[in-house]
Design a protein around this ligand. Sequence first.
Ligand code: ZN
Length: 471
Amino acid sequence: MDLTLRFLGGAGSVTGSRFLVDWGTRRVLIDCGLFQGPRALRERNWEPFPVRPDSIERVILTHAHIDHTGYLPRLVKDGYRRPVRATPATCDLLELMLPDAGHLQEEEAGWHNRHRTSRHRPALPLFTESDARRSLDLLRPLPYDHGLDLGGGLSLRLRRAGHILGSAMVELHRDSSGGIPDLLFTGDLGRSGQPILKDPDRVRGADTLVLESTYGGRTHGRDDPRDDLERIIKHAAEQRGMVLIPAFAIGRTQTLLYLLNDLQEAGRIPILPIYVDSPMAIHAVSLYCRHTEDHDLDMQALMREVCPIRPPNMTCVRDVEESKALNDLTEPAIIISAAGMLTGGRSVHHLRHRLGDPRNTILLVGYQAQGTRGRLLQDGAREVEIYGQKIRVQAQIQTLSGLSAHADEEEILGWLGGFEAPPRQTWLVHGEPESAGALANSIRDRLGWRVDVAAHLAGVELPPSAQPSTR
Ligand code: ZN
């Protein structure tokens, strides 16, 4: 049976992950991500999907992040009606995230129409909140390590990826014996030894590997992020300043709460009010507490006492008026708010209010994609534009790098070191060109594997199964 793989997104960029697999007359889509960041990428969301949505038999999602799932409502709007498989925690997270994404689309279109700032009259949302809710009806949970027959001789298994709650790698097998997969998609690959989440599963091999490369050529600091966090929080408290932490609502916010709780319990930082200003992040905290299948044992032990991601001095900020009232705070405090790259949402309103005061700290805690306000600040911009207004950067800009939910280059190479034999072919995806190129070189030099960087819209034929003759 011949397998064909096409890179419909997430190739040459870190957003818009979409991989199409065809065999016989059948077809599945692995991830259904939204393109984000620069306009040229975002415009791809508006192009017709390269194949008819109703020709796809199943969509399989690696994890809930919008760059892997946020196109699903549009695919459904354009005719996709079949099941969507993902882990139970991913399904639960999507109940929060997709309607929110639809709501943001509607808000953005409304804003452009009021301010006449779009070339399109009227500006339309890519999908609405109700489109998103319709797509949720298609979700069918599939636990880790359960085989699923896709028909036509192909089966599927999800493995733990250790990236965010519910995150999975996707294995496709041409025989059902559950040996080495014919095709393995890492999705976003997490890191070993991180708080809260279990480590990524070790994998023995893959005939063809589709590997993420976000942090190719780069290394996360090996220092304990608690040390930097302690220094930054203490300094801000001494300055009588505010610490604004733009953070992804899912994953990063919960890790931060865990670390802040840990530091204050150890008496290493003063106990400041912590405001979590993101309804989604607050919901996600309860989902983290519910989905214990993803947790480390130490988290489970702690949860019997006090939940380690709910510090007692944490305030959940749900409605917009409460969020606006945070502008009146004058005493030192910590505000955690989404979006994590300052591309929209409440974090941008807080940024506008706090950026011009040198006592304040803007603490970046995640990957900042090119073209985002977060990246501009990280690169030392002296002013940034927020809602048409240029604001001078007076606050201190800090980056806490140890918190990444992605494996860095050494960690990826270490994980690949668990393979018993090289894949026949490795394709690098989910990386900006420099990162993917750097990782490709390292894999060639250090492991001697055959590896290429995937090109947007390229298609590749997978060789006939090598099993069982070579293994
Ligand atoms: Zn992700």
